[in-house]
Design a protein around this ligand. Structure first.
Ligand code: ADP
Ligand code: MG
Length: 729
């Protein structure tokens, strides 16, 4: 009799499959950026005037003219061909949250059966994907049927290597013919521009007349799970939706805390090293790797970069992580919650601002002047996050992230800011005008006195905060591991730009009244700290007490996507995003629609799978076990006439009862699923039904199956168990 659990013996991978011969390991320095058409590459091969023009496009946002585009395109093509690329593709971020490509060969047929390689400035600047299947939330049907991709010259083209060929990828925006954004990159670029405009006003008010650009910097710490691919392919749920819909908690989970920062297993390390080499070639400066909290959970982080580039790099990183994993017999799980009752994965979004002279605006610095400017930036961020906590929350809402936020791990769904004790005291002292032990009186004179030194790792003591000041950056920790960071940062940039505008306007008015500049700063900082101190919270974000306190403070607690998503279409949001020319009302509404649709589709697939896996994999195993038990009891009691088999009978009863319960739960789920689908015409109502009816019914069914998993014959259980997936590698 063949066991269904053949996967048990097959995971022991031949080491030779994933060990690179030493002589093929290159030194990262030589490898770094070899597949990138970077400024450095352009400098070495473009004619000098063209290179200078390109540099001004990238650094100052100058416009590209068609003649220059032709020269760049032809140089880029020659470079790509010499690196072995046969195809090119505009590479963009549609609203699915993934990336998209449509490959085009460089070869063009000419008469007589010949071909030449062709790639004009026009080809570089614009592509027209047959994009009618990308979500548009109704925008394109109202305006135009199709959109086009347009080259984003501020993010360098790069070569992606496949098993049998290479493709030149051209980072692009994706817009409808009416100028509507159909992607995640366009609004991010628009928000960076708004931020630049308003931040420069602040710098000018502080007398800085030399800086002419303010950038946002971003460093994404990316968490992920690895499991052996043999297990992955046997889990229809992991294959279809990236998370396990069934699975009992293993006897050993993360309780012993022996995984976090532990020694990295050899096979995993081999994967990480291979991954890093691939990322180096693509010019992605990854520099940290370590084990995370849960078994088989890890983190990779790059050095921070300019935000648009860092965002593209994070998208590329996620895709390379998956590809390289396959080479090593692993599956890389980026889902926010692949395993219930085990820690999920997120992405710490480290955000700061920097002028083109290299000054970090989020760094307190060590002069009274830079301290004062820092306090203005802090006040701006406090105002932004307080007024628009709902928007930040909506920006990271997804059915997958719903499993993490507010679930007693990672950050709570309530958005608040953590400042660290010292900075907190400074804020308090400025609000009250009262000195304290650590913040003596003469520190309180903004622009004249120095701030007390802020300990660098003050924030390490609180990992429960969704938004923490960490010395010279803010860390938004609620972003999901599989999400594009574009939406979160687009929101963050815009709300901070709005606060800068508010502050610059106020100071300009005071200036016009002839008020002293530093006095005006002092006044406005104090006012903003006072009005927005409710957003500061340094305590335990998981505690019930905080939920009550947050409610008293009027902070929103948007527990799931359905509650959070509408924050993007309120009058407040429309006014904000339109004012800063980041998104129009129509674009916001279409995005909201897409988010709801994605929510509904995801849950529909999940619920359908719960029913199907339940009926085709779990029920049959339980039935077989039940019948074996029944037969065995019948058998044994017929031979031993005095033997009552009480325990065995109660085991049978337990199995039978659970099976009945499980079948009932599947029926209920099925009915609720169909009900929800029935109301698809009304998308909001449909989504509500999925959240309030279908989700709990899925969990109810799962809980019973998970109970059965730990009593039914292991041989019969066809789904790989948590114990195996998380501990065998
Ligand atoms: P943690 O203690 O949270 O692990 P690290 O210092 O290791 O923080 O940095 C995490 C991420 O933050 C890295 O990607 C790093 O490059 C990035 N980072 C560091 N300084 C800045 C900054 N000024 N702006 C944006 N990101 C930064
Ligand atoms: Mg961090």
């Amino acid at each position: 009799m063949g066991s269904t659990r053949h996967h048990r013996v097959s995971i022991n991978q031949e080491h030779s499959e994933w060990v690179r011969p030493m002589n093929t390991i290159s030194i990262p320095n030589e490898l770094f950026g070899t597949n990138v058409f970077s400024l450095a590459t352009m400098r070495s091969i473009l004619p000098r005037p063209i290179y200078d023009h390109m540099k001004s496009i990238i650094e100052e946002g100058a416009m590209l003219d068609p003649a220059t585009a032709d020269v760049i395109a032809s140089t880029m093509k020659d470079w790509a061909l010499s690196h072995g690329a046969s195809h090119y593709s505009h590479w963009f971020h549609p609203l699915t949250g993934a990336t998209a490509e449509k490959h085009q060969a460089f070869l063009t047929p000419i008469g007589g059966g010949g071909v030449i390689s062709e790639f004009s400035g026009k080809d570089l600047m614009r592509g027209e994907p047959d994009a009618s299947s990308f979500p548009s939330g109704g925008i394109r049907s109202t305006f135009e049927a199709r959109g086009y991709t347009g080259w984003d010259p501020t993010s360098p083209a790069f070569i992606m290597e496949g098993l049998n060929g290479k493709t030149l990828c051209i980072p692009s925006v994706f817009i409808g013919w009416g100028g509507h954004s159909l992607d995640k990159k366009t609004p991010l670029l628009r928000s960076l521009s708004a931020l630049n405009n308003q931040a420069l006003r602040i710098l000018r008010l502080f007398g800085n007349n030399t800086a002419n650009r303010v950038y946002a910097n971003l460093g994404c710490e990316q968490e992920y799970f690895l499991i052996d691919r043999t297990f992955f392919v046997q889990r229809p749920d992991l294959v279809a939706v990236g998370r396990t819909l069934y699975g009992a908690k293993p006897p050993k989970g993360q309780e012993l805390e022996d995984h976090y920062f532990g020694a990295i297993k050899e096979r995993v390390l081999a994967y990480m090293q291979d991954l890093e080499l691939e990322l180096y070639k693509l010019g992605i400066p990854v520099n940290t790797r370590h084990n995370e909290v849960a078994p088989m959970q890890f983190e990779i982080a790059p050095l921070y970069e300019e935000m648009n580039l860092a965002t593209d790099h994070n998208m590329v990183t996620m895709s390379v992580m998956k590809t390289v994993a396959h080479r090593h017999g692993f599956e890389c799980l980026l889902h926010e919650k692949p395993f219930a009752r085990i820690n999920g994965s997120g992405k710490h979004n480290n955000w700061s601002l920097q002028d083109n002279e290299g000054h970090n605006l989020v760094d307190p610095g060590n002069t009274p002047q830079s301290n004062a400017q820092f306090l203005v930036v802090l006040a701006a961020v406090m105002r932004a996050v307080h007024l628009h906590a709902d928007i930040l929350r909506a920006a990271i809402a997804s059915p997958a992230n719903d499993h993490r936020l507010g679930a007693n791990e990672a950050p709570p769904a309530i958005i608040s800011i953590y400042l660290g004790e010292m900075l907190n005291q400074v804020v308090h002292a400025i609000i009250t005008g009262k000195s304290s032990k650590n913040v003596p009186k003469d520190y309180l004179d903004i622009g004249v006195a120095m701030l007390p030194p802020l300990p660098a790792h003050d924030s390490d003591r609180n990992r429960t905060s969704p938004f923490a000041f960490t010395g010279n950056k803010f860390e938004f920790r609620a972003v999901g591991s599989s999400q594009s960071v574009a939406t979160a940062n687009m929101a963050l940039n815009t709300i901070v730009a709005d606060s800068f505008q508010f502050i610059a306007d106020s100071i300009e008015i005071k200036n016009a009244e002839g008020r002293d500049f530093l006095e005006s700063v002092q006044e406005i900082v104090r006012e903003l700290f006072t009005h927005h101190q409710a957003i500061i919270f340094d305590g335990d974000g998981y505690s019930i007490a905080w939920h009550e306190e947050a409610a008293r403070r009027g902070l929103p607690n948007l527990r799931n996507t359905i509650e959070a998503a509408p924050a993007f279409i309120t009058d407040k949001a429309v006014e904000l995003f339109e004012k800063h020319r980041v998104l129009t009302k129509e674009e916001l509404e279409s995005r909201f629609h897409i988010d709801l649709e994605a929510f509904v589709k995801t849950l529909q697939i999940e619920a359908t799978l719960v029913v199907q896996m339940g009926k085709t994999q779990i029920v049959p195993a339980v039935v077989t076990y039940q019948s074996r038990l029944a037969k065995s009891i019948q058998h044994i009691t017929s031979i031993l006439s005095d033997f009552r088999a009480t325990k065995q009978t109660s085991l049978l009863i337990e199995v039978a009862n659970n099976l009945e319960e499980f079948l009932t739960a599947l029926d209920i789920l099925d009915v609720k699923l169909n009900n929800a689908i029935q109301s698809k015409e009304n998308l909001r109502e449909c989504a509500r039904l999925f959240q309030e009816e279908v989700r709990p019914a899925m969990t109810a069914a799962r809980d019973i199956a998970d109970r059965l998993e730990v009593i039914v014959d292991d041989e019969l259980w066809s789904l790989p168990k948590y114990q195996e997936m998380l501990f065998l590698s």
